[in-house]
Design a protein around this ligand. Structure first.
Ligand code: BV8
Length: 249
């Protein structure tokens, strides 16, 4: 079992406000490929950063729609892992935890987290490409991409693509949580995608203790107070049992 720095577990116990930012790495142990890891199978020859754009969708709506249908099928077949569940327990034990996620897989919600800010949208939501209005999700076996019943335009996944603005309310709440927390945990993110990647620096500037949990170094590592190199599914349960030893995990 990993032994975590006592100063870190003490800071967690003492914190009134904790903010957590997660990225694709927290879903890796559920079997969901991370965003920058090699894609598997059919999609190996595509760069996700090229596919997750409005331009790619306009150029080849079927290819992009099918990519998201493949990801929805993959995510439906997996379960939240120990890392997701440990964050649910932390939310129950701490006075105030805000969970900010870049992930679109919905696994935090399925694990039971309550106070979630989804900065990059939801894989299982659908919008009209032209009107940008929410549309009831369609099953993936119809014509691809399906069309909007109102205006006939393509339907698109309800995610934020590169070059698109994040949902203003969620981003504002995430910035407020980062600016007010005493402890900020950055978990399973390469810290490359903005404006999400700015949040731990906003917490740093506001005087928070910043902790990174990731098997690999990232641009945040040199700025964090604690860098815990390892898998979220191992470190987060260890954090729970070391910070709250006399409570059943
Ligand atoms: C915007 C949804 C205004 C779609 C995604 C400022 C500076 C520089 C660039 C920009 C900037 N502002 C805007 C930009 C451009 C761009 C950007 O940041 N580009 C980067 C790449 C340079 N940002 C945007 O376009 C954003 N829009 O700012 O609007 C605007 C408008 C026009 C022009 C300018 C500004 C929109 C960004 C949102 C894009 N959509 N997802 C979809 O999913 O298909 S982002 C995508 O990347 C995913 O959401 C993913 O979550 C996110 C970040 O990736 P990570 O989650 O970090 O995943 P990654 O694979 O990279 O890393 C995984 C990590 O886990 C690794 O570090 C690995 O070591 C670790 N790991 C692995 N296993 C484990 C683990 N960790 C723990 N445990 C394990 N077991």
């Amino acid at each position: 079992m990993i032994t975590l720095p006592e100063a870190f577990t003490q800071a967690l116990r003492a914190a009134q406000r904790v903010a957590v930012l997660t990225g694709a790495g927290i879903s890796a142990e559920s079997g969901v490929p991370t965003f920058r890891e090699a894609q598997t199978g059919l999609w190996a020859q595509y760069d996700p950063q090229q596919l997750a754009t409005p331009e790619a969708f306009q150029a080849n709506p079927k290819l992009v729609w099918d990519w998201y249908a493949w990801r929805r099928k993959l995510v439906r077949a997996v379960e939240p892992n120990l890392g997701h569940h440990a964050l649910v327990s932390l939310e129950q034990r701490l006075p105030h935890l805000t969970l900010i996620t870049q992930n679109v897989d919905g696994l935090h919600r399925r694990a039971g987290s309550r106070n979630i800010l989804e900065l990059h949208g939801d894989l299982f939501a659908t919008r009209c490409f032209k009107e940008n209005t929410p549309v009831e999700p369609v099953d993936d076996n119809s014509e691809t991409p399906p069309r909007c019943a109102r205006c006939g335009s393509w339907l698109r996944p309800g995610v934020v693509w590169f070059g698109e603005s994040l949902p203003a309310a969620e981003l504002h709440q995430a910035e407020a949580a980062a600016a007010r927390c005493e402890l900020f945990l950055s978990i399973g993110t390469s810290s490359l995608v903005y404006p999400a990647a700015e949040l731990p620096f906003l917490a740093l500037r506001s005087g928070a203790t910043v902790v990174e949990i990731n098997p690999q170094p990232t641009p945040l590592s040199q700025h964090a107070h604690f860098v815990l190199q390892g898998a979220a599914g191992e470190i987060l349960p260890a954090l729970l049992s070391q910070a709250f030893p006399d409570e059943p995990t």
